[in-house]
Design a protein around this ligand. Structure first.
Ligand SMILES: Nc1ncnc2c1ncn2[C@@H]1O[C@H](COP(=O)(O)OP(=O)(O)OP(=O)(O)O)[C@@H](O)[C@H]1O
Ligand SMILES: [Mg+2]
Length: 364
């Protein structure tokens, strides 16, 4: 009896180890997320711990495990547990990670106006919707847009130790230079002062405890952006591009910049890829097609996903309630959440930080 159950455990494990995770591109056995298989009488228990938040994939994964065991091994009483454990990942050599923030992700673009700020805030919201603790630091000193996008205006509070309190809205921790200056204040800083101001904002904010802090970098790949990427302890970067050829050249510059500072690029998001007419539903590739795919193939970085040009995304962001906060189950929100899972999964494949190794286990 004993040897039979051991044999079955092995058969179950072998079968499930081959199951492919579409976010990491690896099998559950390969990336170590299949933790345990147990047999208790007629019941089979399967324990999976993913290294990234995936609330939106959990049900589908459980169903896939159950149907695989039913169809291939004839097992019908299967209990699947799917949890996640988010780790801190390595940052650039010589930099120390922030104690309260496991991973800082930069969202960058080669040029302005491609939707970087809208993607940054929706990415953070999507990570939160998937089960992570997330925040946003608006690092665009010359055009802070986080206060308007999240409906959080006015000066932030301080702690008794005189650290700045992040704003809280839509389940995120938020910080922007716009809170301190007011949005219309002329920003006279240039170069070193700007980078210093940002570093100060990052370290003097009393982040309560984040799995991911998304930084909305200023547009472009000039000295300021390069210095920021050298000084801020980053675990990874996400590049936003639109499908035009010119934008593609700019996105390549952003890729090169991260290569120079040894920050892994987790992938590319293609924004404004298709326009869907709100009246007739007809879809039109106004800016051409395939730019994200081309850049992903050429530089060997994943295409995290595409977002259409949709007036609703603009209205949500400009109205203070970004798309994923407005309705986390809408079509576009699900696209943002798939992008967030993929970016976090790509990060989970990277080396873990030795400085911060206090994983938080979430049992769902
Ligand atoms: N997919 C989209 N569909 C429709 N509108 C969008 C989309 N993405 C962004 N927008 C809108 O386009 C405008 C520019 O986007 P956003 O401010 O996010 O770009 P940015 O790259 O951060 O610009 P900047 O270089 O000024 O910082 C905003 O009004 C935003 O709401
Ligand atoms: Mg912006």
């Amino acid at each position: 009896m004993r040897s039979e159950s051991v044999r079955s455990e092995e058969a179950i494990r072998a079968l499930l180890a081959g199951l492919r995770d579409p976010h990491t591109g690896r099998s559950l056995g390969e990336d170590g997320s299949l933790k345990g298989v147990g047999i208790a009488g007629e019941r089979v228990l399967v324990d999976i711990v993913l290294a990234y938040p995936a609330a939106g994939w959990r049900q589908a994964l459980m169903e896939e495990v159950r149907s695989l065991l039913r169809e291939r091994l004839g097992l019908s009483e299967v209990t699947v547990s799917v949890a996640h454990r988010i780790h801190a990942h390595e940052v650039q050599a010589g930099l120390t990670p922030l104690p309260e923030v496991k991973n800082i992700l930069a969202v960058a673009s080669g040029k302005g106006g491609v939707g970087k700020s809208a993607i940054a805030v929706n990415l953070a919201l999507a990570l939160a919707a998937e089960g992570a603790r997330a925040g946003v630091l608006d690092a665009d000193l010359y055009g802070p847009s986080l206060p308007t996008m999240t409906g959080t205006i006015g000066p932030p509070g301080t702690t008794p130790e005189r650290r700045i309190l992040p704003k809280r809205a839509h389940g995120l921790e938020l910080m922007s230079i716009g809170y301190l200056l007011g949005e219309d204040a002329p920003v006279i800083w240039r170069g070193p002062m700007a980078t210093q101001a940002l570093q100060q904002l990052l370290t003097e904010t009393a982040w309560e405890g984040l799995d991911y802090l998304v930084i909305d970098l200023p547009p472009g790949t000039g000295d300021i952006q390069l210095t920021l990427c050298q000084r801020v302890p980053l675990s990874g970067a996400v590049i936003v591009t639109t499908p035009q050829d010119l934008s593609l050249v700019d996105a390549q510059r952003a890729l090169k910049m991260f290569e120079k500072v040894a920050v892994p690029v987790l992938g590319v998001v293609e924004n404004m890829s298709l326009y869907r007419c709100p009246h007739c539903g007809h879809e039109e590739a106004i800016f051409g097609t395939g730019a994200g795919e081309r850049i992903a193939a050429r530089y060997g970085v994943p295409l995290l996903g595409r977002l259409p040009l949709d007036p609703r995304i603009r209205a949500d962001a400009d109205g203070g309630l970004p798309t994923v906060a407005a309705d986390p189950e809408s079509e576009h929100s699900l696209a943002f959440r798939a992008i967030a899972r993929k970016a976090a999964a790509q990060l989970s494949l990277r080396a873990r930080s030795r400085a911060l190794s206090m994983p938080r286990i979430v049992i769902e």
